[in-house]
Design a binder for this molecule. Structure first.
Ligand code: BES
Ligand code: ZN
Ligand code: ZN
Length: 512
């Protein structure tokens, strides 16, 4: 029963990216030149423009004099806007990188670009020399930082400007490899924006049926094979976890499968992706407290990232098979909801005693993992806003990654390289005993508050087929930025861990 009108407005359109090896000759309308500066000189520091081949000594001198007059020091992420009439832009935005160094971590550049982009209103074109330091990180940071979600604003509060429309990234060469690097960055950032759009769409408008339709439309546009199982098919197919969680809601659950067949029958690897798609988590009968319950609009952050990632794999034509399995349900309390103490049968036959209906993610994921393993993948990456314990252990910006040790460590390492910073966590054997049930094969929660993130991972491990290298990424905190904007992250959905998963797919494709 759809309850609210569904907006068909497309999300925030990504700015168009071009690479160039020189500044434009004539002044570009509504434009800013973003220039990195470092802090040099005495203790107090003085902002010095990072050397680049696009600005001559005169222009650099003008920028530095203007910066000095404003007291700019070049400190990390410090922004200063100056006028330099001799340059073909309306203004120059200096972004600080802190102390000078020979090499910059990509994440420093991504964040600097993001901070710069967040400060721009009324600017349609960014031209930048930051790309001379790191092209991909600059483009990613600019697109991610300029992201906005305005679908539900009427004229009363909608932004008056169009947002960032064009990025010209200055690079020493504009050969095809450089253009491809720019295209990759643009594609990755656009995928992150897709994931953010899903997370930011409120639960009134994004419920399982609608979510499945949007995933299908996106997937088909990217050339994926898409299959949707509705509630009847789920019941018939024995998906007891998805049915159990979804049955308290008037908006029935779905299971979406999206396949990118890039391996083309060659002896390439197959990767399964699974993402938690709880479109809203009230806790069910084990209801959550009212404070901050609205954050549970982000409880489909794993599903959002998985859908964005498989679409990105197709767009970038990765030469491997990637099959996403995405369970979607709304966890509501009602006369038809499952009760604490109920026993359900997961897809594949394992029985689970539901001691707490708020530990619902693992129930829908167990069905999805078993289904995903039927495709005999080499690797399985599952991601979910699974436990509040993740934020207790690692905070709001550091995902926890668990699973088969080698693959877990590879995922963590790649995640750190892309700036999403997942951290490897163990699954100690003894935790399995905490999930013993007196009536069923397993209980869905342990009786203790200890190691909640790891207990959830231990529960999921029971459903992964033997021989599959797997990783579980808990993004309870990192999927949703409920604090102030930082780096390239506005408030709301972050799109984490889209960039991690895509980079892992690329790594697998490169090794196979
Ligand atoms: N969706 C929540 C986890 C969550 C908490 C995500 C905070 C984002 C921010 C999940 O379904 C849940 O409620 N987990 C319970 C598990 C517990 C009952 C074992 C939790 O973390 O309290
Ligand atoms: Zn819950
Ligand atoms: Zn949940």
């Amino acid at each position: 029963m759809p309850v609210s009108p569904v907006s068909t407005a497309a999300g925030y359109p990504s700015p168009a990216v071009t690479v160039a090896s020189a500044l434009p000759k004539r002044t570009v309308d509504s434009s800013v030149l973003v220039v990195p500066v470092v802090s040099s000189g005495d203790d107090d520091g003085r902002a010095t423009v990072v050397a680049n081949p696009y600005l001559d000594a005169e222009a650099v001198g003008e920028i530095e004099v203007a910066l000095e007059a404003l007291g700019a020091k070049g400190g990390s992420e410090q922004l200063t806007r100056v006028l330099v009439p001799s340059l073909p832009v309306n203004s120059v935005l200096a972004v600080g990188l802190g102390k000078d160094r020979d090499e910059w971590p990509a994440e420093t550049i991504r964040r600097a670009a993001g901070v710069a982009a967040r400060s721009l209103s009324g600017v349609q074109t960014v031209i930048t020399t930051l790309s001379d330091v790191n092209l991909e990180a600059t483009i990613e940071g600019l697109i991610l930082g300029s992201y906005r979600f305005t679908e539900f604003r009427s004229e009363k509060t909608a932004p008056k400007d169009e947002g960032l429309r064009r990025i010209t990234a200055l690079t020493p060469d504009t050969k095809s490899a450089t253009k491809d690097a720019a295209a990759r960055a643009e594609a990755v950032a656009t995928a992150v924006a897709t994931a953010r759009d899903f997370v930011n769409t409120p639960p009134s408008h994004l419920y399982p049926d609608e979510f499945s339709k949007r995933a299908k439309a996106l997937g088909e546009a990217a050339g994926l094979d898409v299959e949707i199982l509705d509630d009847k098919a789920l019941l018939k197919g024995g998906y007891g976890g998805i049915i159990g969680v979804g049955k308290g809601s008037s908006r029935p659950p779905r299971l979406v499968r999206l396949a990118h067949r890039g391996g083309k029958g060659r002896k390439s690897k197959t990767v399964a992706l699974v993402g938690k798609g709880i479109t809203f988590d009230t806790g069910g009968i084990s209801i959550k407290p009212a404070a901050n319950m609205h954050h549970m609009t982000s409880d489909m952050g794993g599903a959002a990232a998985v859908i964005a990632t498989v679409v990105l794999a197709a767009r970038r034509q990765l030469p491997i098979d990637v099959i996403a399995t995405v369970p979607m349900a709304e966890n509501m309390p009602s006369a038809t909801a499952q009760r604490p103490g109920d026993v359900l049968t997961q897809y594949g036959g394992v029985t689970v005693e539901v001691l707490n209906t708020d530990a619902e993610g693992r129930l829908i994921l167990a069905d999805a993992i078993v289904r995903a393993c039927e495709d005999r993948p080499d690797y399985l990456i599952e991601t979910s806003t699974l436990t509040g314990a993740q934020t207790v252990a690692l905070g709001s910006r550091t995902p926890g990654v668990m699973g088969s040790e080698e693959f877990r460590d590879r995922v963590a390492e790649i995640s750190q390289a892309v700036g999403e910073n997942a951290w490897a966590m163990p699954l100690p054997d003894e935790l399995k005993d905490d999930l013993k049930s007196t009536v069923a094969d397993l209980a869905n929660v342990s009786g203790s508050r200890y190691a909640g993130m790891l207990v959830a991972g231990t529960f999921l491990r029971e459903f992964v087929a033997d021989g599959v290298e797997w990783a579980h990424i808990d993004i309870a905190g990192p999927a949703y930025n409920s604090g102030g904007p930082w780096g390239y992250n506005p408030k709301g959905g972050t799109g984490v861990p889209t960039r991690t998963m895509f980079a892992v797919l690329e790594d697998i494709a490169a090794a196979s």
